[in-house]
Design a protein around this ligand. Sequence first.
Ligand SMILES: *Cc1c(COP(=O)(O)O)cnc(C)c1O
Ligand SMILES: [Zn+2]
Length: 554
Amino acid sequence: MSFTVRCVDCGYESPFFSTSTQCPRCSNQWREVDYDYDSIAQTLPAQLPLRPFDLWRYRELLPVRSPNPALSLGEGGTPLIRAVNLGMMLGNPNIYIKDERQGPTNSFKDRQAAITITALKEAGITELVAASTGNVAIAYSAYAARAGIKLWAFVTSLVPAVKMREIALYGSQVIKVTASYDQAKRLATEFALQRGLYYDMGARTITSIEAMKTLAFEVSEQLTALHGPLLAGGKSYWRTPDWYVQAISGGMGPLGVVKGFNELKRIGLVNHIPALAPIQAEGCAPMVTSWKKGLETAEVVLAPRTRIETLATGDPGRAYKFLRQHVNETHGVFESVSDEEAYRAMHVLAKMEGVSAEPASAASFAGLFKLIRAGIIKPHETVIVNCTGHTMPTEPYALGDNWTRNVEIPQQTQEKPQDGLLAALNNIAPDRFPRVVIVEDSPESRRLVRRILQSQGDFEIFEAGNGRQGLDLIQRELPNLVILDLMMPELDGFAVLDQLKARPETANIPVIVASAKELTPEEKSRLTGQIQALMQKGDFLNDEFLEEVRALLK
Ligand SMILES: *Cc1c(COP(=O)(O)O)cnc(C)c1O
Ligand SMILES: [Zn+2]
């Protein structure tokens, strides 16, 4: 599959790497992916009927070299539900709910997580830092768990505790930041920078925007299945809605969706792009107020005043410029709703349509009600409302204590905004973690061991793919623990062990041998007294092994 990344400022084109975060020529972080639309137009339509209705059916238009079925949780392909009762109430029979609650972790962030984590795994990333108002961290955590990637999730203290517990349950480290979401993002950026870890840049992350496109693709296919193709000028097109309504925080959803419709148009599958109606919470509506004032750059909301934390981006940055342009070009509108309006809409939606949505999603519906009442959305128009997410409970007792690290950042001052951040960084993680060297020739087994260790606490993990490298690594790092495979090319585990024991500086490093095969009695006796534990590969997840690891690292 061929795709390139184009800088929206200088137009420079480069190959796509999920780990590259800016334009190599001008350092701009806003870039777009281009595909070979002409050839996709030739091949994709014939392929679609053969593929399951999930997000990967559009793989030619996704920035992943090879889809990884092993990571899939059944993302995408959510139902489109006709809001019959709301339609009667509002006098508009064509309102459809795109039910993103039915994604694997119950929000539309699953699309973003599926594509981003697949691309990061493809690039060999093993740790990832992300700031989140809750749902991104939950979705990333689930996929990261499957991929053997560790997530450091920076969430604000206003994120509901049930969501934080959900993140922790998947094995991610929750870092609870008592500050605004924008400050939490800055802290996460610094943390990633300091540790040299990959940082997720929200709406600037190419894979995220690309993932959100699939909403446009699905909705068009679903409307077409319901109402048949649209015939115009002797040609047959997929149907598109007149409006796409979504509650926004950073605006990634509509940015992706509009790109999706534009691509469908470019391929010749649709002839019309819907009007966008991004909805914000009144207490944090920088894009809405700036748009209504006719500003080209958003006025930042420093202290958001909404209880709907999911929508608490106070500083949208350049996302506003792009979204403003799309809203204007599609003859859409920005609108805001109060928290109370969102809560009321939440009740209406649940009681009239049987759809229980979180307050952020309910804000989309409150926005819909407002726009229909104002006559902006007309009675005959077809409207898609993205029901972005469901709430989710993880019982408090399932996790025990100490599953957050708490950071307080003092009130931000204009002069030295970095001071509080840097002090807070030191509270997130101690400087030195116990060090573990994994010597194992199979990359998948190394990743499994890494993932198991990461689920048990914080370790600095080093990996070697054969005995020779392993020995060098151990001599250099003098780790607290070695996990050693026996059957390896170059130098096998027995030889590594002999050499470790022969040198005073490595003789006392504890070793756990992990072996895929049954050992013969002679082999077992060779290991006696030399190692701390012997694990057959299937045993990795048993408590004994984990107890052993914890005890050795105390
Ligand atoms: C992230 C999120 C939003 C806001 O989406 P953006 O397109 O990123 O602004 C809305 N609702 C829910 C449930 C979300 O998780
Ligand atoms: Zn550039």
